[in-house]
Design a protein around this ligand. Structure first.
Ligand code: FAD
Ligand code: NAD
Length: 405
């Protein structure tokens, strides 16, 4: 009998978890597995704010995919997916075509710009390793240029962060630690630097525990961050951003750097391939398959799972993407072995920890609130755990965070 073929698109948290779980569960000749990714490395999306601020080298946030896959069972293909043709069961890559029997779509997310004018042209987003490098280098360029100009442009030293969700806050934490270093490196008076966070909601980290939010705001303000709450970014321009409070109150903030961290949507590949989606995310069935497509699983940030307790979607997180990878691998094994009964995906949310720089954080884990060193320790344990789950102890030794005391 012809061997069946599983194609996994994306080697992020969801895709790589599926591949590494599958390779443990199947025999060498049981099924063909192909893993496709844009780059030959995996990056820790959850560490990109550090590479963007320049507090962690970009090579620390990535590792070779070939180091964690069993090449006897999984073939890695470096390629960029352009579209999926579900009717003909094939994936169209920039580099060619791939037929499949079962497909896993785990291509992550993109920045959500809500159609706001000028953002795509004038703002950066923390979306992958190269984008993170560009943000770091752009900020350094602004600092390096400042003292070499006859007419000093103070706005070069203004950095605006749009959105005070978890990404915005984690980036601000790193930035607030990095700016004093940059000032020393480039002979700049720290008082000239402005870090401004613009948040449309009435609070930072909307929906998160208010006591922890107050702690985060106080810590970041102490390090020089200014929050503009209840204020929405309306437009990005060559010179900075336009913000608004309500309909009439509009203000221009001149800035050398604008980082857009105000939310994500599913990968545009989803809509391009004809899946019915909400902001690029497909509401998957309990077994993680796309409605109407019994041979297609969608996991990670391009999938949408409803939290029945509050009747709202779970926020897209690495925590969920990895757990989906485990269920997806089990369900694929069941299908290739001819079983009809598939496992239902049930998220097991262990908590949320938000870093405020290298040595500070806030969080709720296993029902307990924490701040400062304890929360920061927990964050590093979580980071190391995700390495362990995909690549075992050797990956933790190679890439782990051990500056935990
Ligand atoms: P990803 O991990 O983003 O992987 C997608 C993969 O698909 C990438 O390798 C990409 O190169 C590849 N790909 C994309 N398009 C194509 C294409 N067309 N062709 C081929 N390959 C493609 N979540 C948490 O749970 N905890 C945290 O602490 C946390 N911190 C975060 C910090 C930051 C700064 C950010 C930005 C996010 C954070 N998140 C966190 C959210 C988390 O990173 C995402 O939910 C998670 O990465 C989603 O996993 P995924 O597998 O769907 O996508
Ligand atoms: P988010 O949706 O969680 O937050 C975006 C923020 O931007 C919101 O507070 C929103 O009110 C604000 N916003 C939207 N439009 C705006 C505008 N025009 N002007 C100003 N502010 C505006 O998005 P995120 O922070 O990018 O996070 C994406 C996902 O990644 C989330 O699911 C999050 O939980 C996850 N994440 C988790 C962690 C962690 O667990 N430590 C860290 C980073 C990201």
């Amino acid at each position: 009998m012809k061997k069946q073929k599983i194609v996994i698109l994306g080697a992020g948290y969801g895709g790589l978890m599926t591949a590494t779980k599958l390779q443990k569960a199947v025999g060498v000749n049981e099924v063909d597995i192909q893993l496709v990714n844009k780059h030959d490395y995996h990056y820790e999306t959850t560490w990109l704010h550090e590479a963007s601020a320049g507090t962690l080298h970009h090579d620390r946030v990535r590792y070779d995919i070939k180091d964690v896959i069993d090449r006897n069972k999984v073939e890695f293909i470096k390629g960029t997916v352009e579209q999926i043709n579900t009717a003909e069961k094939k994936v169209i890559l920039q580099e060619g075509e791939l037929p499949y029997d079962y497909l896993v779509i785990a291509v992550g997310s993109e920045a959500e710009t809500f159609g706001i004018k000028g953002l795509k042209e004038h703002a950066f987003s923390i979306v992958n390793v190269n984008a993170a490098r560009q943000i770091r280098e752009h900020i350094e360029y602004q600092f390096a240029t400042y003292n070499n100009e006859k007419e000093k442009k103070d706005e070069r030293l203004t950095i605006v962060v749009g959105g005070a969700g978890f990404t915005g806050i984690e980036f601000l934490g790193e930035l607030a630690n990095r700016v004093p270093e940059l000032c020393r490196e480039y002979d700049i008076d720290p008082h000239k630097v402005k870090i401004i966070c613009v948040e449309a909601a009435p609070t930072v980290l909307p929906g998160f525990d208010p006591e922890l939010v107050n702690y985060a705001v106080a810590q970041l303000e102490k390090k020089g961050v200014t929050f503009m709450i209840g204020t929405a970014v309306k437009e990005a321009t060559e010179n900075g951003i336009i913000v608004g409070k309500g309909e009439d109150e509009v203000e221009e903030i001149k800035a050398g750097t604008v980082v857009w961290a105000a939310g994500v949507r599913g990968n545009s590949l989803i809509e391009k391939s004809g899946f019915e989606a909400m902001r690029g995310r497909v509401k998957v069935q309990p077994d993680l398959r796309a409605p109407g497509h019994d041979d297609v699983f969608i996991i990670g940030d391009s999938s949408l799972v409803i939290n029945e307790e509050i009747n709202r979607p779970y926020p897209p997180t690495a925590q969920i993407a990895m757990q989906q990878g485990v269920t997806c691998a089990k369900n694929l094994v069941a299908l290739i072995r001819g079983k009809e009964e598939l496992e239902t995906f049930t998220p097991d949310i262990k908590g949320t920890v938000c870093s405020l720089g290298e040595d500070d954080a806030i969080g709720v884990a296993f029902g307990k609130k924490m701040t400062g060193g304890t929360a920061s320790f927990m964050k590093k344990v979580i980071d190391n755990r995700s390495l362990y789950m995909i690549g075992g102890p050797s990956l933790v030794l190679k890439k782990g965070k051990f500056n935990i005391l």
